[in-house]
Design a protein around this ligand. Structure first.
Ligand code: KIV
Length: 273
């Protein structure tokens, strides 16, 4: 099957995300970092595409999301924007681009919007970045919050394990989520938190929650495209469902090509000029 699984080809907006929550329609999101993949993801009918700072891991091979720069995020985001006709395009603000103060945050937010052409930005954190979120929203830029496991703070946590299992951390996450909604976020990503907590928050908030490793009670789901396509053989967290084994498909195809070249089978007469 190819092409849209929905007949609704209207461009998805942040407003549509809110309507989908109200109507009980789950929101589908995936990451993309380049033109070719984004063309396929958008063409399949996804609701939202995130240019995640996970590009630092899956595209550049870093062990954390910390090294990726604003310029690199703008490069990935502009490649995706050129491909997308329908999905809402959200770009991560990278580590260091909004944590110093609200003025720097808004300056960098405006730059990413102008130079990438994306529709919205995502920032990690709660109360500690609330002034920055408020100002970015006031400038007319839609903001998606991100709570729970926030990979830009990996050096503080020391591990990528499930967050907010203890009461104190869960209480902080709940007040962070409400603060983000009050500051004007249009949605919040909830990463790797207990399902009951994500469900409770999704019921309490008026804005949609998008879960990754947060159970089935959120208003939508997001996965990293390379992970759900089975391109990263070694990455097998409990929350990940693999929809294909592209690692094997590619390895077989490349192996066949190598065999054909070595055997002088490729190219044949029909493949030459
Ligand atoms: O960077 C990313 O890919 C993300 C998703 C995991 C939500 O933030």
């Amino acid at each position: 099957m190819a092409g849209y699984i929905t007949d609704d080809k209207r461009k998805v907006t942040t407003q549509r995300f809110k309507e989908m929550k109200k109507n009980g329609e789950k929101i589908s999101m995936l990451t993309s970092y380049d033109y070719t993949i984004a063309t396929i993801v958008d063409g399949a009918g996804i609701d939202g595409i995130l240019i995640g700072d996970s590009a630092s891991n899956v595209m550049a091979g870093h062990s954390t999301t910390l090294p990726i720069t604003i310029d690199q995020m703008i490069y990935h985001a502009s490649c995706v924007v050129r491909a997308v006709k329908r999905a809402l395009v959200v770009c991560d603000m990278p580590f260091g681009s909004y944590q110093v103060n609200a003025t720097e945050g808004i300056t960098n937010a405006i730059r990413i919007m102008k130079e990438s052409g994306c529709d919205a930005l995502k920032l990690e954190g709660g109360i500690e970045i609330i002034e920055t979120v408020r100002k970015i929203v006031a400038a007319g830029i839609p903001v998606m919050g991100h709570l729970g496991l926030t990979p830009q703070s990996i050096n503080k946590f020391g591990t990528y394990t499930v967050r907010a299992k203890e009461d104190a951390e869960a209480e902080k996450l709940i007040s962070d989520a409400h603060a983000l909604e009050e500051a004007g976020c249009f949605a919040i990503t909830l990463e790797k938190i207990p399902a009951h907590l994500a469900t409770r928050l999704s019921e309490e908030l008026n804005i949609p929650t998008i879960g990754i490793g947060a159970g089935n009670g959120t208003d939508g789901q997001i996965l990293v495209i390379q992970d759900m396509l089975g391109m990263n053989k070694g990455f097998t967290p409990r929350f990940l469902r693999r929809y294909a084994d592209i690692h094997s498909v590619m390895t077989d195809a490349i192996g066949n090509y190598i065999k054909d070249v070595k055997n002088k089978d490729f190219p044949n007469e029909k493949e030459e000029y």
